[in-house]
Design a protein. Sequence first.
Length: 269
Amino acid sequence: MASDEAKPVLTKEEKAVKKAAKLAKKLAKEQAKAEAEGSDSSVKKEKKHKKEKKEKKSKKRSREADDDNDETDPAEDTAESEVEAPATKKVKSENATHVGGEENPSLDNFRICDETKKNLQARGIHTLFPIQAMTFDKILDGKDLMGRARTGMGKTLAFALPVIELLLKDKRPRSRGRAPRVVCMAPTRELAKQVASEFELTGPSLSTVCIYGGASYQSQNNAFRSGVDILVGTTGRVIDHIDRGNLRLHNCEFLILDEADTMLEMGFR
């Protein structure tokens, strides 16, 4: 009698990679859903506009046909203004991020240590962009999240800053050969270098290592042996090091997928 084949047991590293792929897929679905909702919203607004236009024309014809009332009732226009004004204010408050009445709040409004503030101010950073202000406290409090913002709005610092703060507050010994507590994956070498640079400039006292294809495995292995706090790398090279047994993820506390939709398009699932 043939025996059933035993199911393969996944290692922690393999589970982490699978989890990353699931998160990336979820992000892509959320983005598609948001785009679809935006499209539906535009269609609804257009229909509403046409309906209002039609109603106004109908009212105008009724007023012109009414011989007993040939003047416009001012109360009608006033009521419309009072209804529309709150809606305008509501849209404005949803699109802008205000902390203490500021759209781009000062660093002093956040739980940022003096060491990090000095590093940021030395680079001319004295306030946070909306995406950074919105995500800082959530990440610092240990929440999982997905964020989207246009290019140039500070997405990298949005996840790097709170993660660096959490690492600096944890005073555990930084032993030689320690496995990374932060793993950030990016789709391209250029983006990986850019993200690693942001981590290094904001948290220079932490060990940041950047790995990507085309570079020597030996030099990257040497960096692992010295000990890593933050690992930034292209998805393919991260997986290669896991498969070779050079990289262990048992110490990983923060998993970051930068431009997850691009990684899905490249076939990493």
